[in-house]
Write a protein that binds this ligand. Structure first.
Ligand code: PLP
Length: 477
C-alpha cells in the first residue's frame, strides 16, 4: 500500500543531523581549523583552500590578530542599534573604507551590512531613494545583465541572471530588463577576436534598453568581472567606460557589484579601477566577502558624495536598515583585515599583470601570487577538456568542454565540474564548481581564487592536483 504523507509524523532518519545542510545528498567533512591557505578536518586531513572557500578568504585563515580585535571589541561593546548610537569602530572603519575606495568617493559614505545580498538590496533601494530625493519619482527600474549573480534575496535575485538559481522562484520575482554580459570565449555576436572590438556594441545594448524604459530607470548594476555565474570573465577594453557615459546621459546610477571582486581580489582595491584612469567611477560599490575575509559576516555599500548629499540634504534618512547594520564586532574584524591587506601589500600580491614586485618590502618574492596563478593555470590548456582559462588577479576560472576546437559544452547531466571538484577534494584541494555558463543550464566551469598569502610552491602543487583531478574525470566521462 502506498504510504500517505502525514505532516504531523516525522519521517526523519534518527541519525539525520539537526542542521539544514546545503545538500541532503552529500556528505561533508567537518572543518575544525584553518591556518594560512590550509583547512583541516576532524579526521586530520588537510586541504589547500584554492578558492578562498567561496572567493571569501583573502588574508589567509587563522590570523590571530583579527580574532584578537574581534574578541576585544566584543568584550568591550558587542552591539548597539544604529537608531540609538554610533560607535567609534564604525566611524573609523567607514573612513578607512572610503579612503580605500579613493578620490571618487571622497565626501561619500559607507552603509555596513551583514553580507553581499544585503549590500545589493541596500544599493537597489538607495538608488531608488536617490531618484525620489532629486525629484525623479518615476524612476524605479533597475537594469542588469544576463548571466550575472547579485545575491540570494528576492530583490537581488530579480536583478540576477543566474537561471539555475532563479528558476523555481520566477513567479515570485519582479521582472527586470537585462542586457548581454561580455563573454569573449562565446561572444554573443560570434566575433573571432576575443571581443576586441565588441565593447562598444555591448555597451550600446544598455543605451537601447534605457531608451525603452521611458524614463523609469533608476540604476544599472553589473559585476566588473563576472563572478561565479560566467566564471571570471573580464570585459573588453572601453566597455565599462562606455557604460558609465551611457548611465550618465540617461540620468541613472551605476552600481558596481564588487562583492566578489572588491578589496583587492583582482589586484586593484576595487576591480573597476582596472578600466578607469580616474575619468569615470561607479556611483555605488557593493562589497562583502573579502572585506572581512570570512572572519565575520560583513558587507558594505559605498556611495559617492552625489548620492549621499541627495539624501542628507533631502529627507535626511534612508528608508532602510537592518538590525545588524554596522555590527561592532564584525566591523572590528573588517578593520583588522584591512590593516593586514595594507601592511602585507596583499593587493599588490594579487596582481597578475606584472611579474615581479617592485616594492622594497617584498623584494624577496620573485613573482606575485596573481601572476603565478595566471601562468600556472594556463598550463592546463593542453588538456583535451579544458576549453578556456581566464581571469585576472586572484580570480580565475577554467571552462570545460567536450570538444575544445568546436567549444562544445559538456552534457549538463555529466556534472563534469562538480566531478572535478570532488576529485580535487579527494586530493586535498578545494575549488568552486559551477554550471550554466553557456546558456544558464549547460557549460561547466570552476573558480580558482586562493587567499593572497599563497606561495608559488603551493600554487604549483594545487595546479598539479587540479591537472590530475581533471584527467581522472576525463577518463571516466
Ligand atoms: N554579488 C556577487 C557578485 C556575488 O558573487 C555574491 C555571492 O557570491 C553576492 C552578491 C551575494 O553575496 P552573499 O552570498 O554574501 O549574500
Amino acid at each position: 500500500m502506498k504510504a500517505v504523507y502525514n505532516p504531523c509524523v516525522s519521517t526523519a532518519q534518527p541519525s539525520r543531523s539537526a542542521l539544514f545542510p546545503r545538500s541532503f545528498t552529500k556528505a561533508y567533512p567537518q572543518a575544525v581549523r584553518g591556518e594560512g591557505v590550509w583547512l583541516y578536518d576532524a579526521a586530520g586531513k588537510k586541504y589547500l583552500d584554492f578558492c578562498g572557500s567561496a572567493v571569501v578568504n583573502f588574508i589567509g585563515h587563522g590570523v590571530k590578530e583579527v580574532a584578537g580585535a574581534m574578541a576585544s571589541q566584543a568584550a568591550n561593546l558587542e552591539y548597539v542599534h544604529g537608531s540609538q548610537f554610533v560607535t567609534d569602530v564604525a566611524e573609523q572603519f567607514a573612513r578607512e573604507v572610503l579612503d580605500f575606495a579613493g578620490e571618487n568617493f571622497r565626501g561619500g559614505a559607507v552603509f555596513f551590512t551583514s553580507g553581499g545580498s544585503e549590500a545589493v538590496e541596500t544599493a537597489l533601494k538607495l538608488a531608488r531613494q536617490y531618484q525620489v530625493e532629486i525629484g525623479q519619482t518615476k524612476r524605479h527600474r533597475i537594469l542588469s545583465r544576463h548571466q550575472s549573480y547579485h545575491g540570494a534575496t528576492l530583490g537581488a535575485m530579480a536583478v540576477s541572471g543566474n537561471l539555475l538559481r532563479r528558476e523555481i522562484y520566477l513567479p515570485m520575482l519582479r521582472d527586470s530588463t537585462k542586457v548581454n554580459s561580455p563573454y569573449p570565449y562565446r561572444c554573443p555576436y560570434h566575433c573571432t577576436d576575443q571581443c576586441d572590438k565588441c565593447g562598444h556594441k555591448l555597451a550600446q545594448e544598455l543605451d537601447e534598453a534605457l531608451n525603452s524604459c521611458h524614463g523609469e530607470a533608476a540604476a544599472f548594476i553589473f559585476e566588473p568581472v563576472s563572478g561565479a555565474t560566467l566564471g571570471a570573465v573580464a570585459p573588453p577594453n572601453g566597455y565599462l567606460r562606455d557604460l558609465a557615459g551611457i548611465a550618465k546621459r540617461h540620468g541613472i546610477l551605476l552600481i558596481s557589484d564588487e562583492v566578489m571582486t572588491g578589496f583587492g581580489r583582482t589586484g586593484r582595491n576595487f576591480c573597476y579601477e582596472h578600466w578607469s584612469k580616474g575619468d569615470w567611477a561607479p556611483d555605488i560599490i557593493c562589497a562583502a566577502k573579502g572585506i572581512a575575509s570570512g572572519y565575520a559576516p560583513l558587507g558594505a555599500v559605498i556611495a559617492n558624495a552625489k548620492v549621499v548629499d541627495a539624501i542628507a540634504n533631502g529627507t535626511g534618512s534612508l528608508v532602510h536598515g537592518f538590525t545588524y547594520s554596522a555590527h561592532p564586532t564584525a566591523l572590528a574584524a573588517g578593520r583588522a583585515v584591512l590593516r593586514i591587506i595594507r601592511e602585507k601589500d596583499l593587493v599588490l600580491a594579487a596582481t597578475s599583470d606584472r611579474r615581479g614586485y617592485s616594492d622594497e618590502r617584498l623584494k624577496d618574492s620573485k613573482e606575485t601570487a596573481g601572476h603565478k596563478m595566471r601562468t600556472g593555470l594556463r598550463t592546463l590548456s593542453d588538456l583535451p577538456h579544458v576549453g578556456d582559462v581566464r581571469g585576472i588577479g586572484l580570480l580565475w576560472a577554467v571552462e570545460f568542454v567536450s570538444d575544445k576546437y568546436a567549444r562544445t559544452p559538456l552534457a549538463p547531466e555529466k556534472k563534469f565540474s562538480a566531478a572535478v571538484a570532488n576529485a580535487c577534494m579527494k586530493r586535498g584541494v578545494i575549488v568552486y564548481p559551477m554550471q550554466g555558463s553557456v546558456d544558464g543550464i549547460s557549460g561547466d566551469h570552476m573558480l580558482v581564487s586562493p587567499p593572497a598569502v599563497i606561495t608559488t610552491g603551493e600554487i604549483d602543487w594545487g595546479v598539479s592536483q587540479l591537472r590530475e583531478a581533471i584527467e581522472e574525470v576525463s577518463r571516466s566521462s
